[in-house]
Design a protein around this ligand. Structure first.
Ligand SMILES: NC(=O)c1ccc[n+]([C@@H]2O[C@H](COP(=O)([O-])OP(=O)(O)OC[C@H]3O[C@@H](n4cnc5c(N)ncnc54)[C@H](OP(=O)(O)O)[C@@H]3O)[C@@H](O)[C@H]2O)c1
Length: 248
């Protein structure tokens, strides 16, 4: 029997946050899980859900991804773009390649994915919702975050501007902006007890973020409960980006 559930694309689906988003949405949506490598997707999900490969590195690639989703499953109306990376280092320690790769992974993939998604929705005259993942470091100067802050600030600009362009088409576009999360992307920072303690104390609400509450927020943003919400960046960062407790 054909499912009547809305079709949701989850990109970067092998990642820690994406896996939490899959757990959150799997009963309310028909899921299409996207990664660069089908065998890694299969290792994580077995034969559950539709699994597709995409490098998100050109419009040709993301248009082809949407076309394949349509032919295999139907018209996607929800996008959770969970692709990203963390590359830390002050400018003098970053190579041009580190910087450009960080832009490619965190900003350019989002541009290619969102462009293909809104193009498809507009052609089909369908409403839709997309959520992207920014970072607490996008809006407050944080030591060693030059590359990722540049990429995520660009992503936030893309989100709010595209939200304005497509509001009349009933396409909602938002982002969440977490602080550090316990996922493979942060493994280098969190691999030792000392590293975890150091990371945790950077936050006014001391601690390391968990993926489930971020995935819950993303699920809410694509739900009908959020049908009046667009062009917003939702911080979920223990207060890192907006408050400064007095130090005694
Ligand atoms: N973890 C944190 O502390 C933290 C904090 C703030 C924001 N974020 C953001 O949260 C989002 C989810 O990350 P995560 O924490 O879940 O990390 P993760 O477990 O490392 O997942 C990231 C995913 O991105 C994909 N990816 C990495 N580089 C890519 C590239 N160049 N092209 C295409 N896909 C690529 C990988 O998928 P495949 O290799 O399987 O294709 C991977 O599954 C990212 O946007 C990240 O920047 C994370």
């Amino acid at each position: 029997m054909t499912s009547t559930l809305p079709i949701a694309l989850i990109t970067g689906a092998t990642g820690g946050l994406a896996q939490a988003a899959v757990a959150q949405l799997k009963h309310s949506h028909q899921l299409v899980l996207v990664g660069r490598d089908l065998s890694r997707l299969q290792t994580v999900y077995g034969d559950q859900h539709t699994q597709l490969a995409c490098a998100y590195d050109s419009l040709t690639a993301t248009d082809a991804l949407i076309a394949e989703v349509v032919s295999r499953v139907g018209h996607p109306t929800v996008l959770l773009h969970c692709v990203g990376s963390i590359k830390l280092g002050a400018l003098h320690r970053l190579s041009p390649q580190d910087f450009m790769e960080t832009l490619q992974t965190n900003l350019h993939t989002a541009y290619f994915m969102l462009t293909a998604f809104v193009k498809h929705l507009r052609l089909q005259k369908l409403p839709g919702a997309a959520v992207f993942v920014s970072s607490a470091a996008a809006r407050i100067g944080t030591q060693n975050h030059e590359a990722i802050a540049t990429a995520k600030a660009g992503l936030e600009g893309l989100v709010v501007s595209a939200a304005a362009s497509y509001a009349a088409n009933h396409i909602r576009i938002n982002a969440v902006a977490p602080g550090i999360l316990d996922t493979p992307a942060a493994a280098g920072l969190l691999s030792s007890e000392a590293g975890r303690a150091m990371a945790a104390k950077q936050y006014p609400i001391v601690g390391i973020g968990e993926v489930a509450p971020v995935a819950d927020l993303m699920a809410w943003l694509v739900s009908d409960q959020a049908k009046r919400v667009t062009g917003q960046i939702w911080s979920i960062d223990g207060g890192f980006s907006s408050i400064r407790p007095l130090v005694s």
